[in-house]
Structure formats: structure tokens, C-alpha cells
Design a protein around this ligand. Structure first.
Ligand SMILES: C[S@@+](CC[C@H](N)C(=O)[O-])C[C@H]1O[C@@H](n2cnc3c(N)ncnc32)[C@H](O)[C@@H]1O
Length: 133
């Protein structure tokens, strides 16, 4: 894997550089207050809840969700708590190190990718969740 794959920046730093900033600061506003990050976090989780409710209304059963660019896995944990199996993909192995530190749900798997390929068979995922900037 090319060494510059994590060049995508967050406040002018690579994602790998900010991975140890804390569960929310690593992936939201690194220099932001706890209040602002909690607000963003809750807005994200509200969106994820809405996505699950929408899927459920459409008759979709709990299955496998792909969390593309999962960072330190805050939404991997959310979907896991809701009973979904989750695979989180990331270009930064440092983010996944952080993810393991914060804990992972039982039916979850993390994978470092090249940022393009998804290591899954076609049509093997029931939902894709992406919060990447
Ligand atoms: C704003 S953070 C969000 C992390 C996570 N989705 C969340 O909501 O907590 C963006 C993350 O996307 C990852 N990322 C950026 N481009 C990616 C790509 N092409 N493939 C996989 N991960 C990517 C970064 O390394 C970073 O961890």
C-alpha cells in the first residue's frame, strides 16, 4: 500500500496523525470543544437511527452494514449495539488501532483498505454507511 494513502487531511494533518486524539476529536473537530463534538456525534447518530428506521420500514432485516471510512469505529459500535454485523474499512491503520482501543462489538470486523477497493463479494452488504470528509 502506498505510504501516502492517508494524506487526506483533517485540520491540515493526515488522518493517521490525529488518530490518537480521542474517540470524537480524532474524527470530528480535533481542536473542538467536547460540547461541539458531542453535538456533531449526536447528529450523526440521529442520522444513523433514521437510516435504520427507514430500512426497517422498507422491510429490511438486520444484516451486514459496511461502515466505509470508519475511523475509530464510533458508528461500528452504534450499529453493533443495534444488532447489526459490521465491517469497518479504513485507509489509516492508526485509526483502526484506536478503534480496537475503544472496543468493538462482537459481530464486527475491521479492515485496512487502499481507500478504493472494498474487500467483500458483490451484493454481500445490506447497508453502506459513510461519514468521510
Ligand atoms: C471524518 S473521519 C470519520 C470517521 C468515521 N466515519 C466516523 O464517522 O466516526 C473520516 C475517516 O475516513 C477515512 N477515510 C478517508 N478516505 C477514505 C477512503 N477512501 N477509504 C477508507 N477510509 C477513508 C479517514 O482515514 C478518517 O478516519
Amino acid at each position: 500500500m502506498p505510504s501516502d494513502i492517508t494524506r487526506f487531511t483533517h485540520s491540515g494533518m493526515s488522518w493517521s496523525d490525529v488518530a490518537d486524539a480521542g474517540e470524537l476529536n480524532a474524527v470530528l473537530d480535533r481542536g473542538g470543544s467536547e460540547r461541539v463534538n458531542l453535538l456533531m456525534h449526536s447528529a450523526n447518530l440521529y442520522g444513523a437511527k433514521k437510516a435504520l428506521a427507514f430500512g426497517s420500514k422498507q422491510g429490511r432485516k438486520k444484516g451486514l452494514v459496511l461502515d466505509f471510512g470508519c475511523g475509530v469505529a464510533r458508528t461500528v459500535r452504534f450499529f453493533g449495539e443495534k444488532g447489526w454485523a459490521v465491517i469497518g474499512t479504513e485507509i489509516s491503520s492508526e485509526m483502526l488501532y484506536g478503534a480496537r482501543k475503544f472496543g468493538l462489538p462482537k459481530r464486527s470486523l475491521l479492515a485496512v483498505t487502499d481507500g478504493v477497493c472494498i474487500p467483500l463479494r458483490d451484493q454481500s452488504v445490506d447497508m453502506v454507511w459513510v461519514v468521510v470528509c
